[in-house]
Design a protein around this ligand. Structure first.
Ligand code: P6P
Length: 334
């Protein structure tokens, strides 16, 4: 079968399914095009004067990398003129970005982490873009941050692009999860996996082990049981991976199974967690659930969390369904 481009995939989805319209199709095409530009910028590395810090900090109080700022600008410029968006929000901006009055507005809200894992950029490890699409509340013409505070179950689309040895865009419209690989010679994303499913079981976990002493009891129990291996209560050995780029860790899980945890710990408790709900946890949870996995805070299904702030943080446990359910069970027991 001839390879199917992202554009053709979206046109056929628009023609045959009710979960996409012309504005959403344009939105996704524009985001994909922006990700191609980000891929080119990150791929230049030291040759492109894009490494190192930008000399500014974001609302998270984190030093911004030059590529954080550049990626954010690429996504803003790509999306503000098309007439498909009511507003945009980003990890890198305190407040939502309104659509300039000189451009038409649409019904969608786009929220994104323009370059997740940016601490890995200077050491040439995979980073990624994460995005989530919501509908603007009916009748709202000047959307504010409150309009973005919708549970993850209200997402109409979500995806990420991982800038690794190959550039791979993963997308869900609420009807399965599909993967597109960038054909750099043609400059197009090409469908390379359809209807991805995460194995229900796994022997591979992803967590930052240096936080062990700060975890709550259910997570310490779960990890210690895996570390005990075949002589322990799990009766088998486990393997560990931690890239410290959520996009890379989640993509591995989507590809071969696994469980990813950035749980609540004493260090991040005051902030509510480490990872951000609207543009990290929710889009990844939508994708993982659509691929047959599960995503939880430990106490609640991720997609049911009612956001209270644009840059809200949450504990994240996601991946192979049976393992996530075990961790949730330990939280329930405690
Ligand atoms: P730590 C990257 O900064 C990020 O937001 C996620 O992509 C990643 O999973 C996590 O933080 C890594 O955190 O504490 O291991 O550096």
């Amino acid at each position: 079968m001839s390879s199917q481009s992202l554009s053709r995939f979206l046109i056929e989805a628009h023609r045959t399914k009710g979960n996409i319209n012309a504005d959403l199709r344009l939105l996704l095409e524009v985001v994909a095009r922006a990700c191609k530009s980000i891929a080119i910028a990150t791929g230049k590395g030291a040759l492109g004067n894009v490494l190192g810090n930008a000399g500014s900090t974001n609302i998270q109080g984190e030093a911004q990398k030059k590529l954080d700022v550049l990626s954010n600008e690429i996504l803003l410029e790509a999306n503000e003129w098309g007439g498909h968006l009511a507003a945009l929000a980003s990890e890198e901006m305190d407040q939502p970005h309104p659509i300039p009055h000189r451009y038409p507005k649409g019904n969608y809200l786009l929220v994104f982490d323009p370059l997740d894992g940016s601490s890995n950029i200077d050491v040439n490890v995979s980073v990624g873009t994460i995005f989530s699409v919501l509908e603007c509340p009916e009748g709202v013409t000047e959307p504010d941050a409150g309009c973005f505070l919708q549970p993850g179950s209200r997402q109409v689309a979500a995806g990420y692009t991982v800038y690794g040895p190959s550039t791979v865009l993963v997308l869900t419209l609420g009807d399965g999860v599909h993967q597109f690989t960038l054909d750099r010679e043609v400059g197009a994303f090409v469908l390379t996996r359809s209807d991805i499913l995460i194995p229900q079981d796994t022997s591979e976990f992803a967590i930052n082990m240096s936080n062990h002493r700060y975890w709550e009891a259910p997570v310490r129990r779960y990890v210690d049981e895996m570390l005990a291996g075949k002589d322990g209560p799990r009766g088998r050995d486990f393997n560990m991976r931690w890239v410290a780029s959520m996009v890379a860790d989640v993509h591995r899980i989507l590809t071969r199974g696994g469980i990813f945890m950035y749980p609540m710990d004493d260090k991040c408790r005051a902030q509510g967690g480490k990872l951000r709900l609207l543009y990290e946890a929710n889009p990844m949870a939508f994708i993982v659930e659509q691929a047959g996995g599960a995503a939880s805070t430990g106490h609640q299904r991720m997609l049911d969390v009612q956001p209270t702030a644009l840059h809200q943080r949450v504990p994240v446990i996601l991946g192979s369904k049976n393992e996530v359910e075990r961790v949730v069970g330990y939280h329930r027991e405690s």
